[in-house]
Design a binder for this molecule. Sequence first.
Ligand code: FE
Ligand code: FE
Ligand code: ZN
Length: 296
Amino acid sequence: MLRIGCHLSSAKGYLAMAKQAVEIGADTFQFFTRNPRGAKAKKLDLEDVAAYLEFAKEHGIAKILAHAPYTLNVCAKDAALREFAYDTMCDDLSRLSHIPDAMYNFHPGSHVKQGVETGIGLIAAMLDKIQEQGYPTVILLETMAGKGSEMGRDFEELASIIGRVADAGRIGVCLDTCHVYDSGYDIAGRLDEVLGQFDAVIGLGRLKAIHLNDSMYGLASHKDRHEKIGKGKLGLEAFAAIVRHPKLKDLPFYLETPNDLAGYQEEIAMLRRLESEECAVEEIHDGSGWMGKEMG
Ligand code: FE
Ligand code: FE
Ligand code: ZN
């Protein structure tokens, strides 16, 4: 069965997120480790963690994804900014060491006129420095849309970073469907070809998570504007193919679409139906495939 969830607010803690996930038909979720602007995180509540772990086991919640604040720039030119990213990520990872199967996702950053090569070196050096601390959590680099001087805009850049990390055993990749499309990979029209490229350049074994987002803008637009599933340029057929794909279907999927909880609940139900091939894409288009059944 599809493992799928969405981005949730972490304001009320782990147990609250897990309960919310169950309510909307999810069996995993993503959350920001702290305010995305990188403010100080609240003190870790170990009672909440213990209650979460019990609840998660009971309800089959697994592979939750912690997302680092997107304002961190691990390849910043300014050493103080890099130091801030290092401190923040170490603090996040030390907290996550209490959640055994959580993974930690971050944006590779922006090289801002330093050039791609310098960016690659700084990101790999940062990963080395972090990993020297011995955190157990798997760290994921997210594929990016390539806005401005954003790093991680193609598979080669990610492969170069991973190739330079001293111990890449716990380093993986989170593929964002909107971002790769925006960066020029036609994941809607040529899914097999794109996965083949990923495999040849990075290796599919590194692929640990998928961000499921439709895109407001077209192929290679480098815009990074997420759209609801089926309402953007990728379209519903693309997502049916993605969640059914034998090389992807066992990965955890996280929605980051512009939605409230009810919207996420509908998207999760729709994707579960598509994955189980209970209904054809056409039935979802005309509304007969799922709205009419369980959801009334
Ligand atoms: Fe992200
Ligand atoms: Fe994403
Ligand atoms: Zn995005």
